[in-house]
Design a protein around this ligand. Structure first.
Ligand SMILES: [Zn+2]
Length: 497
């Protein structure tokens, strides 16, 4: 945990007067960073204060620009991770603003970088909230851009050369919610004080890495699949949107080495042990009296238990992906334990699974996508990229046991705890099937109206309920009047009589 005093101390050391150290015996060689021009040095990177000397050998200077941000690695209630410095390796202007994301907080934004070009502010200050929220949105978007071959992912309105940014509102108003709006081209994070609590207990949703990453996930998915947010889709399509948000938060955490290592140490490399990873939005959940976060990805929910309620349906998909993650990690840990540190194995496993899911979603239908559509794309892409057969066994098992798909692989080994977790070719019955069927075609999760009453703010925005589904499925700017289009057309007809 980085303390503010340490940062201040580091800064003081950096600017301490230069002193020579005569008669000290062996001298410590100068840090090469001392030879960098002052404007290239970063605050806190330097402890030695010796006078630079000429050197004959040129030193490599990192080509990438970048800035340090101070962020909560989970949220203020998860003390074991606390606030830490992160390096964002791209150019960020005062705001913070970059080419895709900008920040809005009246009276505070634009927030200026400090003298070293960093966005490091005292935790919970308005400036910190701007920097933290921007950094987590940026990290989530960057994670998916990396899985997209390093190519930018358009927001839903980025068509025909449009490069409009998404605007992040860290303190958008009061309320126990957060949302993504295509109409507003915005991510809005609200804050609330739990009933009967003092103002010091106020929960700012922008300070949760899970919540910020979840809402950014909605924006990323709306860019990839603009037809999926319309409420007229089957409940499972809505479930995919909610699940993608939660899964984004889990994969973002596992893309960060310090979080992955903390998790491995805390759980002794057992992802089904209790930890901060599957618990989503811990502080928010606690404020509502939920000890394991707002949602728990490590759940056992089946489709027959969740009806048409989209928030619950999403947890079935998230849970299946979480189980596949734990299964693949167990397999790879056994296979690679003599060659690699468990933390490195976990980071690599999570990254490959995130990429597999990302590619499967890109390949899934443009509208009305269901869990079995995504599961089948995962199976097919996994086979084509040469994953061991047991990866597909894990995917088939986990989707089948949750009553999403038929059990193409016999479930008897899974249900009796006898899956051969370390056998790369294990399929149960020798068949490496890459096309499975829907478990129950009459499931309410496929046929009923979407009940979004317990979803996050995104799913409750009227724009996704009343705007014509065909218009939503097309990319492009969405105006406020599009939300009222039907009423305005009726009025127009009435007034022209
Ligand atoms: Zn959501």
């Amino acid at each position: 945990m980085i303390h503010q005093e340490e940062l201040v101390q580091q800064q003081q050391q950096q600017y301490a007067p230069v002193q020579s150290m005569p008669g000290r015996g062996t001298e410590v060689p100068e840090s090469r960073i001392e030879r960098l021009a002052p404007q290239l040095r970063v605050e806190g990177a330097l402890r030695a204060t010796r006078r630079p000397a000429e050197r004959e050998v040129p030193i490599p200077v990192p080509a990438a620009a970048g800035h340090r941000f101070l962020i909560y690695k989970q949220d203020p209630s998860v003390a074991e991770l606390g606030v830490r410095l992160v390096f964002v390796p791209t150019v960020v202007l005062n705001g913070p603003t970059d080419a895709r994301i900008t920040t809005e907080l009246p009276g505070t934004a634009p927030v200026a970088r400090n003298a070293n070009g960093d966005f490091v502010f005292p935790p919970n200050s308005p400036q910190f909230d701007c920097a933290h929220t921007f950094a987590v949105v940026r990290e989530t978007l960057t994670m998916y851009e990396r899985h997209n071959g390093g190519n930018p992912i358009p927001f839903a309105w980025n068509v025909g050369g449009n490069t409009d940014r998404i605007t992040v509102f860290p303190r958008a108003g009061t309320g126990a919610n957060a949302f993504y709006s295509r109409t507003a081209k915005a991510l809005k994070f609200l804050f609330f004080t739990p009933q009967g609590q003092p103002p010091t207990a106020t929960v700012y949703t922008c300070r949760s890495l899970d919540i910020v990453s979840h809402e950014t996930g909605h924006a990323v998915l709306d860019g990839l699949k603009p037809g999926w947010l319309a409420a007229g889709n089957p409940p499972q399509t809505g479930g995919l949107h909610e699940a993608f948000g939660d899964i984004s938060a889990i994969f973002l955490a596992l893309s960060q080495p310090d979080q992955a290592e903390a998790l491995v140490a805390l759980t002794k490399a057992n992802l089904h042990d209790r930890s901060f990873l599957p618990a989503l939005a811990e502080e928010f959940g606690r404020a509502l009296g939920l000890p394991t976060g707002l949602r728990n990805a490590d759940n056992d929910l089946k489709l027959s238990q969740v009806g048409n309620e989209v928030h619950a349906i999403s947890q079935v998909f998230t849970g299946a992906i979480y189980d596949v993650l734990a299964d693949v990690f167990t397999f790879e840990l056994a296979a690679q334990r003599r060659a690699k540190d468990p933390t490195i194995i976990l980071i690599e496993v999570a990254s490959r699974l995130c990429k597999l899911l990302f590619d499967a979603i890109v390949a899934a239908p443009a509208t009305g996508a269901t869990y079995v559509d995504v599961a089948n794309k995962m199976l097919q892409i996994s086979a084509s990229r040469g994953d061991p057969a047991i990866y597909r066994t894990f995917i088939r098992n986990r989707f089948a046991v949750r009553e999403i798909t038929t059990a193409a692989t016999p479930l008897r080994d899974l249900m009796s705890g006898r899956v051969k977790m370390t056998e790369a070719d294990y399929t149960g019955d020798g068949r490496d099937v890459t096309e499975v069927e829907t478990h129950d075609e009459h499931s309410a999760s496929l046929r009923a109206e979407q009940d979004r009453s317990r979803c996050c703010g995104t799913m409750q925005m009227p724009e996704y309920r009343v705007v014509d589904a065909k218009k939503l499925a097309k990319r492009g700017t969405l105006e406020d009047d599009d939300i009222l289009r039907h009423e305005l057309d009726e009025l127009s007809r009435a007034f022209s009589k």
